[in-house]
Design a protein around this ligand. Structure first.
Ligand SMILES: [Zn+2]
Length: 239
């Protein structure tokens, strides 16, 4: 039987698409996956109305699941890169000012991010210029915060991460590989410094305990007793 997609209203602005997958099983099962897609496993031959009713009945649960998973998804709202739009930098909401001129340049003042992408105001080039600048800011700042966090955790330089990699993860803020490579999400440059420190400290704790066992949480709690506050601040930023 072919797959079917049910569309249902998620909130006043958006819709939800639920994929129906027909299988040999006997009962209906609704799932929200970590990438926030929704699917329903249904017995072969189930009527569409039955699936629809089940989805409607469980919409509150679906919304709650999506909210839960959304906290792991860095903000990816579509941006237009035009003057007047607000963009975050270190937790501050700053107004974009697009200007044209001979040299590519980004300047941050208290309230503005002034971007010059050359003699053009092409959104694509403004975006590239701004993100290149974000990347440069992140390279310096994350390295500096990392050293500070290592001091907090009493990690000597020789025992710190072998390498710091900054990249665009889709669904995580940071990672620590078994070989000691620290990965930080470039998107963190838009978060307040206290949130950046929280992600770094969390990942550094993995140098001692690679998993999320009780000893890991004990250590995190000891070095950063207010980590929950910082974590929820970071999650609010992505809402
Ligand atoms: Zn972790």
């Amino acid at each position: 039987m072919p797959e079917l997609t049910l569309r249902s209203r998620l909130d006043t602005k958006s819709f939800l698409d639920c994929r129906i997958v027909y299988t040999q099983r006997k009962t209906l099962q609704l799932e929200v996956l970590p990438d926030m897609s929704v699917r329903m496993i249904a017995p072969l031959g189930t009527k569409t109305e039955v699936c629809s009713r089940m989805l409607l009945k469980r919409m509150d649960w679906v919304r709650a699941q999506m909210r839960y998973f959304s906290q792991f998804h860095p903000l990816t709202k579509p941006r237009e890169y035009v003057s007047g739009e607000t963009h975050l930098f270190l937790g501050r909401r700053q107004r974009l000012k697009v200007i044209s001129g001979p040299t590519k340049d980004v300047k941050a003042t208290r309230q503005h991010l002034t971007v010059c992408a050359g003699r053009t105001t092409s959104a694509r080039l403004v975006e590239a210029t701004l993100w290149q600048w974000y990347r440069e800011q992140a390279a310096d700042l994350f390295q500096e915060r990392l050293l500070g966090c290592m001091v907090k955790l009493n990690i000597p330089k020789a025992e710190g991460p072998k390498e710091l990699i900054i990249r665009c993860y889709r669904s995580r803020w940071g990672s620590m590989s078994p070989t000691g490579v620290l990965g930080l999400n470039l998107d963190l440059i838009r978060a307040p410094i206290e949130c950046i420190d929280y992600v770094i400290i969390h990942e550094l704790c993995h140098l001692r305990f690679p998993h999320h066992g009780p000893r890991f949480w004990d250590l995190l709690e000891r070095v950063m007793p207010d980590w929950r506050k910082r974590k929820s601040k970071l999650e609010r930023l992505t809402a």
